[in-house]
Design a protein around this ligand. Structure first.
Ligand code: NAD
Length: 484
């Protein structure tokens, strides 16, 4: 097994094994090869993770922010130095091409650690003068935070949750997706090598039941989930019973609106990036591509040509531009949506079937045109390389149809008229929007969804709100005025 970790879990500063937990096989989706086996956390493992995090957090909260930041900054540097090997592991874990993982995964995790390292010492309270008296506020950590990850960006998610939690004085217990359990262990290892005290970043493996055990433990102050809307509903409800803080980064069915006056090649490039990066397994993808009627056929012609030129293949090959989807179950799900698209009358422009002949989970990048709002492929999140192109006539119509969904994660607009770009974005119900771009998510930018796509924001200064709480202190400088 070429990617077997030292042990399944990382707790209290070290690798820990308990093979009595149910086995989780890790499969490289390009070949079907078994690359590692980890074990689900048992109640004893979960207890060790919680107890060590609770203990370590109390000490960590007393460490000066600049010192906390220094450790995170060191970890960021180490991640960048080890980018190649971390990217190779991410490629094995997820099947994403090495071309992508070397620029988008560990590196974006390092960015988060570096950013929050710098932000940590800037977090301060306020003073409110009240005549003779005054009030001051302290921004305090929440305590023990639980992070639960999806399988599409395992390294990035481990860092996007861990970096702000640690920077502001919390501990993090991270449960990776059972589909991609390997990369978070490396992040834990690096953080501790960089000087993070034991217990502050624990990784435990497991399926939903392990997640649920963490979410419902009374020692946990906050839960941050990246996952689907149905999982979000369950986790949010469980967190609510303990009145815990939550961040919910959930799914989407985001619109990308392309007007007649857009630069065609840029718009096609944007639509490709919005649908085929990571084989379409990106939560913020613009999977409903609304194209204004005047440029429809020209747009489709260029889209078809550029889609058919995408190099599918072994994700370890640096020339490969698209790898497999994450596993056989996901492949079957995506293929079934493709069949539904055909059956419901969408016009297949290219793709539309499995690709390759081996055991790999490859799907040809697929484009449907003449998609209507009521079709299943225009309503449900597919999470694979399937683009739906819809046409529209007026700006008003495009905005109304773009908003007609329970999701609200992201949205994009391509237009040569910047005034229109701003106007349209102002009317779109989505947390992250792009004008003449798509899917760029630098750490300086708040990221998250509105409507059912989520609660809270990751990254940027907005994360301070989600990993700290305010204590207010009233200071009386005079006598106590009691009527009794
Ligand atoms: P998922 O919802 O199946 O699982 C997400 C995580 O939740 C996994 O770690 C899983 O083990 C855990 N989980 C499942 N049931 C649970 C329970 N009852 N209690 C606690 N934890 C539980 O999602 P997935 O298939 O891994 O990922 C794909 C989904 O994630 C898509 O919907 C995608 O849009 C979404 N996603 C969102 C973002 C974002 O930032 N908004 C980013 C990436 C992925």
């Amino acid at each position: 097994m070429i990617a077997q970790p030292k042990a399944s879990h990382f707790i209290d500063g070290q690798y820990v094994e308990d093979s009595s937990g149910a086995a989780i096989d890790v499969i490289f989706p390009a070949t079907g090869e078994l690359i590692a086996r980890v074990h689900e956390a048992t109640p004893a493992i979960i207890e060790r993770a919680l107890a060590s995090a609770a203990r370590a957090q109390k000490e960590w909260a007393r460490v000066k922010p600049v010192e906390r930041g220094r450790i995170l900054r060191r970890a960021a540097d180490m991640i960048r130095e080890r980018n190649q090997s971390l990217s190779e592991l991410e490629t094995l874990d997820t099947g994403k091409p090495i071309q992508e993982t070397t620029v988008a995964d560990a590196t974006s995790g390092a960015d988060a650690l570096e950013y929050f390292a710098g932000l940590a010492p800037t977090v301060t309270g306020e003073t409110m003068p009240l005549g003779r008296d005054f009030v001051y506020t302290i921004r305090e950590p929440l305590g023990v935070c639980v992070g639960i990850g999806a399988w599409n960006y395992p390294t990035q998610i481990a860092c996007w949750k861990g970096a702000p939690a640690l920077a502001f004085g919390n501990a993090m217990i991270f449960k990776p997706s059972e589909t991609t359990p390997l990369c978070a262990l490396k992040i834990a290892e690096i953080l501790h090598e960089a000087g993070l005290p034991a217990g502050l970043y624990n990784v435990v493996q497991g399926r939903g039941t392990v997640g649920a055990a963490l979410v419902t433990d009374p020692r946990v102050a906050k839960v941050s989930l990246t996952g689907s809307v149905p999982t979000g509903r369950k986790v949010y409800a469980m967190a609510a019973t303990g009145i815990r803080n939550v961040t919910m980064e959930l799914g989407g069915k985001s619109p990308l609106i392309i007007f007649d006056d857009a630069h065609i090649e840029n718009a096609v490039g944007g639509a490709l990036m919005a649908n085929f990066y990571s084989a379409g397994q990106v939560c913020s993808n613009g999977t409903r591509v609304f194209v204004q009627k005047g440029i429809k056929e020209k747009f489709l012609q260029r889209l078809k040509a550029r889609t058919e030129a995408i190099r599918l293949g072994d994700p370890r090959d640096p020339d490969t531009q698209m790898g497999p989807v994450v596993n056989a179950a996901q492949m079957e799900k995506v293929l079934s949506y493709i069949e539904i698209g055909k059956k419901e009358g969408a016009r297949l422009i290219t793709g539309g079937q499995r690709a390759g002949t081996n055991a790999g989970c490859f799907i040809a990048p697929t484009v449907f045109a003449d998609v209507t709002d009521d079709m299943t492929i225009a309503r449900e999140e597919i999470f694979g390389p399937v683009m739906a192109v819809l046409d529209f006539e007026t700006e008003e119509e495009a905005v109304a149809r773009a908003n007609a969904t329970e999701f609200g994660l992201s949205a994009g607009v391509f237009t040569g008229d910047l005034a229109r770009g701003h106007r349209v974005v102002a009317n779109l119900e989505a947390g992250s929007c792009w004008i003449n771009a798509y899917n760029l998510t630098p750490v300086e930018t708040p990221f998250g969804g509105s409507k059912q796509s989520g609660v809270g924001r990751e990254n940027s200064k907005a994360a301070i709100e989600h990993y700290t709480q305010i204590k207010s202190v009233y200071v009386n400088l005079g006598d106590v005025d009691a009527p009794y």
